[in-house]
Ligand binder design. Structure first.
Ligand code: C5P
Length: 258
């Protein structure tokens, strides 16, 4: 089996060879096909990674993978699968076959579900002779804060403990990493090591509105804390000038202290 292109690239970033622009993922959260085409075309030279959620995917369908890859994009398919193992395995296998480079699922779906997804992705990639995608477990959404977690989840754990628990389960299942808040990077690294990817939404430059996000940091702080990738949506796609906003964020990311 060929290991994923993005994962291999990630290892190079860790060796200091990678570019920061390869660690920014822009969330194209819109169902407007013209907007998607415009945003992806405008951003591609500055930001190769884009994230497609339900809105974009429902508009573009699986043809999006060949189309956007052909333009030079890497695609994070953010459908946050959460179902019985057999269904998620088939979902992930299908999306692998169509060419998604990064795929996520809710880690709370369980170890067996995540193991089935890994197995299915690797098999589908082998059959298609393409690299297996990066698979990520979504821990606790960054829109949830500690009081909300305690009130709605009925867990005996604190929020961060639950995030670390789900990260360990994701690793045990053979996933490549997790989606978590930048505020949780340190305990996840401690539990799962340096070769485990941490992808962080909940990113807000000081000049942008937090909106519904709760466990947030600035782009520079997330990179300083050791995020492998940061995910940014509204501060870029709702900016008057998306290219300028992406450039500002990349500048902030490069202001990191090593
Ligand atoms: O607009 P904003 O920057 O808040 O967008 C963040 C993106 O990251 C959204 O597409 C959202 O669905 C996604 N997200 C995620 N996991 C989280 C929080 C947000 O994938 N824990």
């Amino acid at each position: 089996m060929v290991r994923a292109g993005p994962y291999k690239l990630f290892r190079e970033y860790r060796k200091g060879k990678g570019k920061l622009r390869d660690r920014l993922i822009v969330a194209l959260d819109t169902d407007d096909g013209e907007d998607i085409a415009w945003l992806s075309g405008t951003l591609v030279d500055m930001v190769p990674w884009i994230k497609l959620g339900f809105q974009a995917f429902s508009t573009l369908g699986t043809e999006a993978f060949a189309w956007l890859s052909g333009k030079g994009h890497q695609i994070f398919l953010d459908l946050k699968f959460h179902d019985i193992p057999n269904t998620v395995a088939r979902d992930v296998g299908t999306m692998t076959k169509h060419g998604a480079h990064m795929i996520n699922m809710h880690a709370s779906g369980g170890l067996e579900m995540m193991q089935a997804a890994r197995y299915s992705a690797d098999n589908a990639a082998d059959a298609a002779k393409i690299p297996s995608p990066v698979l990520l477990g979504v821990t606790i959404l960054t829109s949830i804060d500690e009081p909300g977690f305690q009130e709605h989840f009925g867990s005996k754990r604190q929020l961060t403990e639950q995030v670390v628990h789900l990260a360990k389960q994701s690793k045990k299942a053979g996933l490549d990493g997790v989606v978590a808040s930048p505020l949780e990077i340190e305990p996840i690294r401690e539990a799962c090591g340096n070769d485990f990817l941490i992808v962080t939404p909940g990113i807000r430059p000081e000049w942008a509105d937090a909106g519904d996000q709760r466990r947030i940091t600035t782009p520079a702080e997330a990179i300083n804390r050791g995020a492998d990738y940061i995910v940014v949506g509204r501060p870029i796609i709702e900016a008057e000038d998306a290219l300028e906003a992406a450039g500002r964020i990349l500048d902030e990311m490069s202001g990191v202290k090593d």
